[in-house]
Design a protein around this ligand. Structure first.
Ligand SMILES: CC(C)(COP(=O)(O)OP(=O)(O)OC[C@H]1O[C@@H](n2cnc3c(N)ncnc32)[C@H](O)[C@@H]1OP(=O)(O)O)[C@@H](O)C(=O)NCCC(=O)NCCS
Length: 372
């Protein structure tokens, strides 16, 4: 057996064409995210991740149409939110349930061939946006909003969430955020998705398992915790004490550090700039200033740099998005990457089954319960 590597750090577990991190640059199918974030739509990125090339005009139009058509949920899907969409349940818990429940309404859920896989891919990608928006509205006692034709994926999500069309600036900002979160090599949730489907289980199992992994605060759950921290800090005068206490208590500060990037997360610079602009526009400049001060202190004291979750928190907050929806929104975007990896896993599958080093007791003998 090979040597144990805690957290599988540095272990190469699969080959992929979906995305890669080379010299601290993130690329999707060979395109740098800087290029895509500046120029592409999220729909083009979805196609790129699933097909390893950008779509032509007709393919893009088709994909947009299919995504819109599939955003509408089965009526029973809408009504199930009435049962559990409340403030007592974290929306990621709700999303995990709903992703699984989607399979109940897919007549091709158990079909196993390329066409069925792509059909499921589009259904899931389209519906995940509707699931998150519907949960958020129902728990506020509001009517569910159905998608609107001819809106982009980014705009439709915001429309279904808020009940009104976003401005161009909001749509563009959200489109960029979706692109930046779409995929990230073999992160924990993507690996989870690949493990689940490597048993040849269905795509719904893969994305449901992945959503469960994303929920944790060490992964996608970090963005919500960042906002919690900023609220706790409250004012720029409190930053230094807060950070020092965390360092002294050896507590982690959410939104910092990364398993792979040690020179900074390439996605953070976009989100930082978006955060600067949007907090300024919405009269919440101090939130940005607090964030920058935390980042400066952590760099100076611990050599730690912000990751994708740090500035995305203030961006979403300034868009009036409820804090516990930050991680579900991450999931809406990352679903595209999960699906890409699931398709890739199916195309060249071998069950993922590593070994464990046993460190428990040995040579024990059964003792009847009456003698214990
Ligand atoms: C992302 C993360 C899980 C990576 O974990 P990892 O690769 O296992 O790295 P480690 O947790 O072993 O961190 C290495 C060192 O940096 C420190 N460190 C890492 N991230 C830290 C953080 N956010 N705050 C304070 N210290 C941190 C660790 O305490 C450790 O220090 P030590 O060697 O003195 O024990 C980790 O950085 C983290 O928990 N970050 C906060 C959660 C977060 O923002 N997640 C989103 C990731 S996109």
């Amino acid at each position: 057996m090979s040597e144990l590597t805690k957290g599988l750090e540095g272990i190469v577990a699969t080959k992929t064409k979906v995305s890669s991190i080379v010299d601290d640059q993130l690329t999707y199918a060979g395109y740098e995210i800087d290029d895509l974030t500046e120029n592409a739509s999220f729909e083009e990125v979805i196609f790129l991740l699933w097909h390893f090339r950008l779509p032509n005009a007709e393919e893009l139009q088709n994909l947009k149409g299919q995504l819109f058509d599939n955003m509408i949920l089965n009526p029973r899907m809408y009504s199930h939110f009435e049962d559990y969409a409340t403030d007592q349940i974290h929306p990621m818990t709700g999303l995990r349930t709903s992703l699984s429940y989607l399979a109940h309404f897919d007549p091709r859920a158990e079909e196993f061939n390329e066409d069925a896989h792509l059909n499921k891919a589009i259904r899931i990608q389209a519906k995940v946006a509707s699931l998150v928006a519907a949960f958020a509205r129902v728990r506020q006692g509001k009517e569910v909003v159905k998608p609107k034709k001819d809106l982009s994926y980014a705009a439709n999500f915001l429309y279904m969430l808020f009940g009104e069309e976003p401005t161009k600036v909001q749509e563009e900002g959200f489109n960029k955020a979706l692109i930046l979160h779409a995929d990230h090599e073999l992160n924990a949730s993507t690996f989870t998705a690949r493990v689940a489907v490597s048993t040849l289980s269905d795509m719904y199992s893969g994305v449901t398992a992945a959503a469960g992994a994303l929920k944790g605060p060490l992964h996608g759950g970090a963005n919500e915790q960042v906002m919690k921290m900023l609220s706790e800090i409250g004012s720029i005068d409190n930053v230094e004490d807060y950070v020092q206490k965390k360092i002294d208590n050896k507590e982690k500060i959410m939104g910092f550090g990364h398993r792979v990037y040690k020179n900074g997360d390439p996605r953070a610079k976009y989100l930082k700039e978006m955060s600067r602009k949007i907090t300024d526009e919405t009269g919440q400049k101090e939130l940005y200033e607090i964030s920058v001060k935390i980042a400066d202190l952590l760099k100076e004291k611990k050599g730690l740099l912000p990751n994708v979750d740090f500035y995305s928190a203030t961006v979403y907050h300034s868009m009036n998005i409820e804090h516990d929806l930050f991680t579900p929104i991450f999931a809406v975007s990352r679903t595209s990457g999960w699906i890409a990896h699931i398709l890739e896993q199916y195309a060249d599958n071998r069950i993922i089954r590593p070994r464990a080093e046993y460190v428990g007791d040995v040579h024990r003998k059964y003792v009847p319960v009456s003698e214990r």
